[in-house]
Write a protein that binds this ligand. Structure first.
Ligand code: DC
Length: 213
């Protein structure tokens, strides 16, 4: 099974680069952040407290979650837009910190990879915890300003400052939680995409893959 793991903070370009890399290499692509967002959506929908490890874990286990490329559904309802909205974005780090949720989603991610025979998988703990034996582990980063500008563009927002603040709060929460925090995984290659275009980053990663195959 050939897994390429891409981890990094919010707005570092993981989704864009991950998709483009998967296209180039003819692999499937999985956005694990969308899985955590889908659970956060279901928790808000059901009115459960964000820090209730047992109740939130039950929701994570019980929902019918479908993730396609650029598509998310929960219990048969298309929530692709809702999972990117401000309510879910504000709640997702709390939900992602819960060990019960992480255990369920790790299992779902490993099942997905086994069924697909591998793929490009992006998130926060992919190279460190979920697939420590990935053939290539990438830690993708970029300056805080560039990351906020990219996210603002993606969301069609003009208030870059408040986006930067929300992103910084999320990065701190994701990097300091006890269970599988965001780290540069052992054996990973760090790529700073601040001054690079999509194709330039993908070229670097394809070269790295070729040198390992
Ligand atoms: O990549 P994203 O912004 O869509 O991720 C949403 C949240 O999910 C983010 O706060 C971190 C969390 N996450 C995680 O904890 N582990 C992953 N493998 C992927 C995302």
């Amino acid at each position: 099974m050939r897994v390429i793991a891409i981890d990094g903070p919010a707005g570092s370009g993981k989704s864009t680069i991950g998709r483009a890399l998967a296209d180039r290499l003819g692999l499937t692509y999985l956005d694990t952040g969308a899985m955590y967002r889908a659970v956060a959506f279901a928790v808000l929908r059901d009115g459960v407290a964000l820090d209730d490890d047992i109740a939130v874990g039950t929701i994570a286990r019980g929902i019918d979650l479908k993730i396609g490329d650029g598509f998310v559904s929960v219990d048969g309802v298309d929530v692709t837009d809702e999972v990117r909205g401000p309510e879910v974005s504000a709640a997702v780090s709390a939900v992602a910190a819960l060990p019960s949720v992480r255990e369920v989603l790790r299992d779902r991610q490993r099942t997905w990879a086994a069924e697909m025979g591998g793929g490009v998988i992006e998130g926060r703990d992919i190279g460190s915890v979920v697939f420590p034996d990935a053939i290539l582990k990438v830690y993708l980063t970029a300056s805080a300003e560039v990351r906020a500008a990219r996210r603002a563009l993606q969301l069609g927002e003009t208030d870059t400052e408040s986006i930067a603040k929300a992103m910084a709060a999320r990065d701190i929460a994701d990097s300091t939680r006890a269970d599988s925090p965001l780290v540069e995984p052992d054996g990973s290659v760090t790529v700073d995409s601040t001054g690079l275009g999509i194709d330039e980053v993908v070229d670097v990663l394809v070269e790295l893959m070729e040198s390992r195959s």
